[in-house]
Design a protein around this ligand. Structure first.
Ligand code: SAM
Length: 259
């Protein structure tokens, strides 16, 4: 997958991109990240990227002309909206994602959806945000990573790059490792233990050391259900559940004195 990131601060990215799983994904050829400095697409001696908002008020707003020029150059589009020779057409354009606290919430499901695309383009806002015409006429998607306000879209872009990259084939190594993660199947993942089996008198559940694969799988499923029921019962409304899952949840409710 190729991800183009438009940002005023490309220097914020390499530290995270060049470690661990993201580094490995790039070495495997599964991920290519292209950082583009928005300022490079601003005109004039001072390369102004932001201006005060019309109508007054505090802060600065990222200019539409600069962001349009940046996206058009990165995607090889002519500024008048027509394709340049050899460039991909707008029909087949990648999702143009504006990072914004007003966007649709980023979830594992959205990460799975984005991981299906061969290319993404992420636009990082700053200051008071971007000129509204970017949202209306350039971006094709608007994503928020949570109900809080960050200083800029850079951390949000890294969150999306990370969550999507884990889902690309071969990146996590053990086949299917991402499938058991929390939220992948609509549930929270159950607890994990490693050596020592006895730590300060706290024992690892015996079933995990039994070597009995079917019993371990059943225990894990039940712990996943228990944890979801305890912490995020809202997820149980939409998670795909088997008859056995429902029976187990009913047991939990009965034990807790619920109907
Ligand atoms: N004035 C804007 C508002 O109230 O909606 C907030 C602007 S914020 C200070 C600057 C930039 O940070 C935004 O344009 C966006 O790119 C990014 N940002 C802030 N919070 C975000 C979030 N929760 N998810 C994604 N991007 C966010």
């Amino acid at each position: 997958m190729r991800i183009d990131v438009l940002t005023l601060f490309p220097g914020m990215f390499p530290g995270y991109l060049n470690e661990s799983i993201l580094k490995k994904a790039q070495e495997l050829g599964q991920l290519e990240v292209h950082l583009h400095n928005i300022r490079d697409y601003a005109r004039g001696k001072h390369r102004v990227t932001d201006e005060p908002p019309f109508g007054g008020g505090g802060g600065m707003v990222l200019k539409a002309d600069v962001l349009f020029a940046a996206v058009e150059a990165v995607l090889g589009w002519a500024a008048d909206g027509k394709e340049q020779e050899g460039a991909g057409d707008r029909e087949g354009a990648p999702p143009l994602i504006l990072l914004s606290p007003q966007g649709r919430p980023f979830t594992q499901r959205v990460a799975q959806e984005l991981a299906q695309h061969p290319r993404l383009l992420l636009i990082c806002g700053r200051y008071e945000g971007v000129d509204e015409r970017v949202r209306q006429h350039l971006a094709t998607d608007e994503i928020s990573i949570g109900d809080y306000v960050l200083t800029g879209g850079e951390l949000a872009a890294l969150v999306i790059i990370d969550a999507v990259t884990r889902l690309l084939p071969g990146v996590l190594g053990a086949e299917g490792a991402a499938e058991t993660d929390s939220h992948a199947s609509g549930l929270l993942e159950g607890p994990h233990y490693t050596k020592p089996a006895d730590f300060r008198g706290w024992q690892v559940p015996a079933v995990l050391r039994s070597g009995h694969a079917a019993q371990i799988a059943r225990w894990r499923r039940q712990e996943s259900l228990r944890r979801t029921w305890q912490r995020r019962p809202d997820l149980l409304l939409t998670a795909p559940l088997t008859e056995e899952d429902r029976w187990f949840l009913a047991q939990l409710a009965a034990e807790a004195g619920e109907e």
